[in-house]
Design a protein around this ligand. Structure first.
Ligand code: SF4
Length: 622
């Protein structure tokens, strides 16, 4: 970040604006020390004089030198403007980040307060607060500060909402990091840059507003003086002594420009510009896991959004200890939403329902059982559940060192000291084959390669003793060699620690490579469930077959177009009657177009195809 700021200061505009701002700030610091005596010296022989060699900008009604008074007034003007900006930023930050800390109701109330405050014109608010807090510098600072807070609150809300959607926040949430800690350690560092830039630009506006309040007599009171007050006092004589009236005005413009230009230059150079989901169970009491080896039980899971749209429609599966299950399908098939629902990462207005959704026997939906609390549920997920996201670049907080991010969950849930947590982080980085783990733990995410970041993400999941790793397209952003390394790593972890893995991918060849079982999803449903070893010969659903046929191999003719599945995936908002795949299926009959098939004998199809040999697809990559 520091390098980028330095780069901004090296541009002509950045350097010019920086120098101008530095000059203004230095003037504010040193002018009163150097020239207070000249500024306050009363000379009754030269009252209300015009410009002269002795008094460049003339004198006021007590014969005081206007030029020196303008210089000395810089401290009061800028200091008060900065104080008001600080109040606006702090209040705005508190209001804007409230939805991320408070619960659903508190968050809504905070958003409503901000919405109402933003609707009032800033000047009207400033005048209102000026009357409330009283006439004088203190009242004006509070008035302008509070009047500026709504716009910073709105900005903070937008920035927080943007960061809250990033993968590393989801990862931290899964690790059980609390709301306040999440805000302070993960969200605020990532929105600090645009906030600082906007505060700098805002300081210019505040300076102008403060001069305005002093000008109309609501700001700084005699004997203190700032540019606004000087402007007000000399305005009556503007036709006789124009310099005396214009000088403080010019000072306001120059100082305001310095803040604005600097902020704009930095913004240009840097490219600057939550409530929880409703979780319900359709059964009043959670059903205990039926299988002692079951790690995750999902029964009739549905994810819906207002519209209504239901992109996940009754998905059911069980994952047992040490099992790798692949969830495969085209984009929009609902596989990633299924993973997010399992990880409890569906945000409002999304709604998740299920007949059962339990992890290690503990229900994840509905009312908590006796002697269980939200904290215990969070701790269970934090220590036993790991999630690996598609984009290794966004999976980590870019402002924190990798080791610190890995150690965070261990400190939270295992009560480890800072040093012990860091030692474990280094150990876990070694376990996922990150070379020079000790040195790497002290590096930032951008210093890692894509594959190494993905391995570090898996290492983060291993900080506890995970029973399940959900990997959502973990290899999509990686090249083939690194892809293979990551898959092998997941396989090794499974075999060494008996960890279950839910591997989500659009690529059926990736899934076939390491999975025990494959669930094929289409239009929010599981349409086929079969062992990975039977993919090549035992797939019976036309969609599974089409996915397999679309995988190129060494025999694929390079001069012919690759096989693709005809048509486009169905829009979840416009599901047809009958089978959702019918429009793309060459076996579709009238019954297919009117009756929706359910999963019977591991396949949801009215006309399952006989077993076949696929010469173009091999699972022999194992
Ligand atoms: S139910 Fe009919 S349309 Fe659907 S996949 Fe089977 S054969 Fe094709």
């Amino acid at each position: 970040m520091r390098t980028r700021w330095i780069a901004v200061l090296r541009t002509p505009v950045g350097a010019g604006a920086g120098l101008l701002l530095l000059g203004v700030l230095l003037l504010a610091v040193f002018a009163p020390v150097l020239w207070s005596h000249q500024a306050n010296a009363i000379d009754t022989d030269h009252l209300l004089q015009g410009s002269s060699a002795q008094h460049w900008l003339g004198t006021d009604n007590l014969g005081r030198d206007i030029f020196y008074r303008v210089l000395v007034a810089s401290r009061t003007s800028i200091l008060l403007a900065l104080l008001a900006t600080a109040i606006a930023v702090v209040t705005g930050l508190a209001l804007g980040s409230a939805p991320a800390i408070l619960g659903k109701r508190g968050g809504r109330a905070a958003i409503a307060v901000v919405n109402i405050a933003v609707a009032f014109p800033g000047l009207l608010l400033a005048l209102f607060f000026a009357v409330v807090f009283g006439v004088g510098a203190k009242g004006a600072v509070l008035a302008i500060g509070f009047a500026g807070a709504p716009s910073f609150a709105r900005l903070t809300q937008t920035l927080v909402a943007g960061v809250a959607e990033r993968d590393f926040i989801a990862a931290a949430r899964i690790a059980g990091v609390g709301r306040f800690r999440m805000l302070v350690r993960h969200i605020l560092p990532n929105i600090a840059e645009p906030l600082v830039v906007n505060a700098t630009i805002g300081a210019g506006g505040t300076l102008l507003a403060f001069a305005g309040l002093s000008f109309i007599g609501l700001g700084v009171q005699p004997p203190a003086y700032d540019w606004g007050r000087m402007l007000g006092e000399s305005l009556s004589g503007i036709y006789v002594h124009p310099a005396a009236a214009l000088a403080p005005g010019v000072a306001v413009v120059i100082a305001g420009l310095a803040f604005n230009l600097f902020g704009e230059a930095v913004a240009k150079g840097l490219g600057v510009q939550v409530p929880r989901a409703r979780w319900t169970s359709r059964t009043p009491e959670a059903v205990p896991a039926r299988d002692s080896d079951a790690v995750l039980v999902v029964e009739d899971l549905q994810v819906s959004f207002p519209g209504p749209v239901t992109p996940v429609r009754g998905v059911s599966f069980t994952i047992r200890k040490g099992e790798i299950v692949g969830l495969v399908g085209e984009s929009g098939s609902g596989k990633s939403l299924t993973a997010l629902a399992v990880a409890q990462l569906i945000e409002p207005p999304g709604q998740v329902t299920a007949a059962e959704l339990s992890f290690l026997g503990a229900p994840l939906l509905g009312r908590l059982p006796v002697r269980s609390t939200a904290a215990t549920r969070r701790r269970l997920l934090g220590t036993s559940f790991a999630m690996v996201f598609q984009d290794p670049m966004t999976s980590f907080n870019p402002t924190k060192r990798i080791g610190v991010q890995l150690a965070e969950g261990a400190r939270e849930h295992q009560g480890l000291s800072r040093r012990a947590a860091m030692n474990r982080a280094i150990d876990r980085l070694r376990a996922v084959r990150v070379p020079a783990a000790e040195r790497r733990a002290h590096q930032y995410p951008h210093e890692f390669s894509g594959g190494m970041r993905q391995r570090a993400m898996i290492g983060m999941g291993l900080m506890g003793t995970p029973a399940l790793i959900v990997a959502d397209e973990p290899t999509t952003a990686l090249d083939v060699t690194v892809q293979r390394q990551v898959l092998r790593l997941l396989e090794t972890i499974r075999s060494e620690d008996d960890v279950a893995v839910l591997l989500i991918s659009h690529d059926i060849s990736v899934v076939a490579e390491i999975c025990d079982r494959v669930l094929v999803m289409y239009a929010g449903r599981v349409v086929e469930d079969l062992p990975a070893t039977e993919l090549a010969t035992g797939a019976r659903h036309p969609y599974t077959r089409a996915l397999l046929a679309a995988v190129p191999d060494l025999d694929t003719a390079l001069d012919e177009p690759l096989a693709v599945i005809p048509g486009r995936p169905v829009d979840p908002a416009r599901l047809p009657d009958g089978c959702a795949f019918a429009a793309r299926c060459s076996f579709a009959s009238d019954r297919c177009r009117t009756e929706d098939p359910v999963l019977v004998d591991q396949v949801a199809c009215w006309h399952p195809q006989a077993q076949a040999e696929y010469s173009s697809f091999r699972t022999g990559q194992r």
